[in-house]
Design a protein around this ligand. Sequence first.
Ligand SMILES: NC(=O)c1ccc[n+]([C@@H]2O[C@H](COP(=O)([O-])OP(=O)(O)OC[C@H]3O[C@@H](n4cnc5c(N)ncnc54)[C@H](OP(=O)(O)O)[C@@H]3O)[C@@H](O)[C@H]2O)c1
Length: 278
Amino acid sequence: MLKGSRVLVTGGSSGIGRSLATALATEGARVVVTGRDAQRLAETAAAHEHIDAVVCDVTDAAQIAALQQQMAATGGIDMLVNCAGVMHFFDVTSGYPLDRQLQEVDIDVAGPVRMVDAFLPGLLERRSTIVNVSSGLAWVPYAAAPVYSGAKAFVHAWTVSLREQLKDTSVRVVELLPPVTDTPLADGLNPSFKRMPPDELVAAFVKGLERGDDEIAPGPVETAEVVEQAGSRLHLRSTQQGTRPMTIAHPDRDVSGDPPSTPTHQLQHDRTEDTCWT
Ligand SMILES: NC(=O)c1ccc[n+]([C@@H]2O[C@H](COP(=O)([O-])OP(=O)(O)OC[C@H]3O[C@@H](n4cnc5c(N)ncnc54)[C@H](OP(=O)(O)O)[C@@H]3O)[C@@H](O)[C@H]2O)c1
C-alpha cells in the first residue's frame, strides 16, 4: 500500500512528522516534508534518500498553492498527512495576546483546512488518503492549553465529517490521535507525564493504516490519565453507547455544579510562562 506511493507530510521538520516521514520512506513511499524551517527540513530529508523537503507555511495560502502546483507537476500525491501544529499554554485571565491565540487557530485549525482545500481535487482523481493528526485532547481537553484543545476537537469533528462526505469517493480519511509523545511540542508539559516515543507512535500508525483503521489512537487511556494528573477537573462520561468518553473540564465549576476542590490557579498548569513550539 505504501510502497511507491507519494506522500506529503506537513510539519515534517520535527517530532512526529519527522518520524512519520522516515517510517513511510522506509516502507517504500516517496515522501515530501514541509514546514517553515529549511534547516530542520533538510535534516529530515537527510535521513532517507526518498525524502524531499519543501518550505511551506500552512498559514500561507500562496505558498500552499505553489506547493500544490509543484506536486501536481511531478505526478501528484497519494497521501496528505496534516501533521503541522503548535501548542500554547496560557491562562485566559492573564491578558495573553489575542494575536497569539489566533495564530494557534490559524496553524492548527485553518492550516489543515487550507491543505485539504488545495489538494482534494487531485486526491479525488486517484485512490488516496488524507491523514489528520488531532490529539487525545480532542476527547479530553487540557484546560491549560485552551485553544489547542479546542483546535484538536475541531480537527476530530472535521475529520469525521470529511470521512462521511468522502465515503463514496476514492479518498480514505484517517485520524491519528497521539497520546503525549516525546517531541519538542511536549517539552513544556509536566516532566512526570509519560511520553510515547515518536517511533513507537508511528509504528502503531503504520499498522493501523495497513489494517484499514479510520481512527488510530495509540494509548488514549494514558492521555486521559495524564490530564487527570494535571489537576484539570475532569468528568469522564460515556456516551449512551458507552463507546467514547465525553469530558467536561472547567477550572471553577463542572456541569454538576460541584465547587472546585482545588483553587483555579492550581487547576491550570504548572507553568506560568507562555510556551509555544513552532
Ligand atoms: N507531541 C505530542 O504530545 C502530541 C500529542 C498529540 C498530538 N500531537 C500533534 O502532532 C503534531 C506534530 O506535533 P509534534 O509533537 O511532532 O510537535 P513538533 O515536534 O513541535 O513539530 C511541529 C511541526 O509543526 C510544524 N509547524 C508549526 N507551525 C507551522 C506552520 N505555520 N506551517 C508549517 N509547519 C508548521 C513545525 O515545523 P516548522 O517549525 O519548521 O514550521 C514542526 O515540524 C501536531 O499537530 C500536534 O498537535 C502531538
